[in-house]
Design a protein around this ligand. Structure first.
Ligand SMILES: Cc1cc2nc3c(=O)[nH]c(=O)nc-3n(C[C@H](O)[C@H](O)[C@H](O)COP(=O)(O)OP(=O)(O)OC[C@H]3O[C@@H](n4cnc5c(N)ncnc54)[C@H](O)[C@@H]3O)c2cc1C
Length: 519
């Protein structure tokens, strides 16, 4: 017999199996020795008021053992199967490839960056501010932008597909079991590279092909039909089906698509800064002054306000994490955040960004559909120009930024390449700066102590979502004009974040399969 039980317990009890067993026995009215196993199916925290509590949903197996079938992917040997070209090995590309393997199609995967081990070495150079590689960095390389991240695995959009399946696949390739029950699962930057390596082995073992350090610079299109790809050496790869999963940072891809007359559309997105506080301060605010202790996780926050007709909101908060340089082009500066699995750094950071509409890019209207992209690139370049020292970032104390005062110095922060004191309140565009300043004042009302000079803002957080959409047919998932072209993931403008991009990748593989099967 199985019984579902809901418990609300203190954090120290939530991790103590013996105590949970005894509470569950009381709740179900059976003795503890009749419960063979307690399985957590949902775990969330409630820290809204008073002492933080953990809400647990458990299944008690009474007088029976859990006999669940382990999750498996139905991977086929695709050595001699029809080929599908996939560009980009981020979550969208990799999950598309895995689904192709299940559907009996042979993926040929092209990735401009390096394999994850070489990429790790490139990031070490980058973090020492020694060398920036535009092809192998925090966004480009095996695993895409999600590899060195917090690995947060939640998505607000549950409509597009099976979120649980994506979590099970991550678990299958090595993520911790608890991602299946946590309300806000995350993997951690220290665990992700191993998972990506396991996915690579699976692809190669099944007969798929992977070309690293192969940047795709063009599509071969004849009579509105894709007929292949051209790489950076000019080598051609014939193929009638292309899943284009190049992420939203590959601006060169949008430009080559445009020059090949592939229809693109501009899209609104958001930009701002990354803010970092001592994690102890965030814990103090969110846990209402209580000590975090050893049982509570590093606290996070999720803030949003409307300021002068635009949303100002926190984006990709990384508790116990690090700010990282995530530029993809020379002489530009972009910051983002990541956390290890234990979220145990002394700092907590988050993007704080302002929603921008198409009319906010009017200044760049001569760039046509690339107005937003050009505005984004000019801001990234401006951030670089304020320091001109590799990936060192311009930074200012938060309260100084809000009150428009120069900072005399900066506190210690997590950003490895280093920071330089800068007057962000003077050089950020007014439409972003003013809203950020007001947004921070409003955040302070929700989280007392947030607006402090112990916190620092760094410029710029500019890659929140794609500035361009590659329009596709909602049913066939093909580009609206080009047959055989399947734009997928964040770069298509239809997905955002690891899970939704992975789902989009899977869906695009299925769309290719449907098309091939119908022919
Ligand atoms: C530091 C950081 C932390 C993040 N943290 C989180 C998080 O915790 N949770 C979350 O949900 N999201 C997070 N994100 C966002 C998330 O990583 C992206 O939403 C997700 O990776 C998008 O997946 P994708 O496959 O569509 O694109 P990407 O992951 O961007 O992958 C695109 C791939 O295509 C390759 N590529 C690009 N152009 C070409 C070309 N011309 N030829 C060949 N290959 C090409 C790139 O090298 C890259 O590997 C983070 C992003 C960053 C940068």
């Amino acid at each position: 017999m199985q019984k579902e039980i809901e418990l609300v317990v203190l954090p120290q009890i939530a991790g103590d199996y013996k105590q949970l067993l005894s509470l569950s026995a009381k709740r179900t009215g059976v003795s503890t020795d009749r419960i063979s196993f307690l399985k957590t199916i949902r775990r969330s925290m409630d820290a809204r008021s008073g002492k933080p509590k953990i809400n647990l949903k458990l299944i008690a197996y009474i007088d029976e053992s859990p006999a669940e079938k382990p999750f498996r992917l139905n991977i086929q040997d695709v050595t001699n199967k029809p080929e599908v070209l996939v560009v980009g090995s981020g979550p969208a590309g990799l999950f598309a490839v895995l689904r192709l393997l299940e559907l009996g199609l042979k993926p040929i995967l092209f990735e401009r960056g390096s394999d994850v081990a070489s990429r790790t070495k490139d990031l070490a150079q980058l973090n020492r501010n020694k060398h920036f590689n535009p092809e192998s960095n925090y966004c480009f390389g095996e695993g895409g932008a999600g590899t060195f991240s917090d690995g947060k695995l939640y998505t607000r959009s549950k409509k597009r597909g099976d979120t649980e399946r994506i979590l099970r696949i991550f678990r299958y390739f090595g993520a911790d079991e608890n991602i299946l029950s946590d309300a806000h699962p995350h993997i951690g930057t220290d665990k992700l590279p191993g998972i990506i390596k396991n996915i690579r082995s699976c692809i190669l073992d099944a007969g798929g092909k992977i070309y690293f350090n192969h940047r795709i610079d063009g599509l071969i299109i004849e009579d509105k039909q894709v007929n292949g790809l051209i790489d950076h050496n000019g080598t051609k790869y014939p193929g009638k089906y292309v899943i284009l999963a190049t992420g939203h940072s590959a601006s060169d891809v949008y430009r080559f698509l445009h020059s090949s007359d592939v229809l693109l559309e501009p899209k609104p997105f958001a930009m701002g800064v990354r803010v970092e506080h001592p994690q102890s301060l965030i814990d103090h605010i969110q846990y209402h002054g209580a000590e975090r202790g050893e049982f509570l996780p590093a606290a996070s926050y999720n803030l949003a306000e409307q300021v002068a007709g635009r949303g100002v909101y926190s984006f990709c908060m990384c508790p116990g994490g690090y700010i990282v340089p995530s530029s993809t082009e020379n002489e530009t500066l972009v910051v983002n955040g990541m956390s290890p699995a234990k979220r145990n750094s002394r700092f907590g950071n988050s993007g704080i960004v302002v929603e921008l509409h198409l009319e906010d890019f009017n200044e760049y209207s001569e760039h046509g559909i690339f107005a937003g992209l050009s505005y984004q690139q000019s801001l990234e370049h401006l951030a670089y120009q304020h320091v001109m020292d590799g990936q060192k970032a311009p930074a200012q104390r938060l309260a100084d930024f809000v009150s428009g005062k120069d900072s005399a110095n900066l506190p210690e922060i997590s950003y490895f390449p280093g920071t330089v004191v800068s007057d962000l309140h003077n050089w950020l565009p007014d439409q972003i700066r003013q809203r950020l300043q007001q947004g921070f004042r409003l955040f302070e009302k929700k989280m007392h102590g947030f607006l402090t000079n112990e916190a620092v803002v760094l410029g710029v957080e500019s890659r929140t979502s794609s500035p361009i959409r590659i329009p596709r047919n909602p049913v066939t998932m093909e580009h609206v004009q080009i047959s055989g072209l399947f734009p997928a993931g964040e770069g298509s403008g239809y997905a955002g974040g690891i899970v939704s991009s992975a789902i989009d990748g899977e869906n695009s593989a299925q769309a290719v399969f449907r098309k091939i099967s119908a022919q």
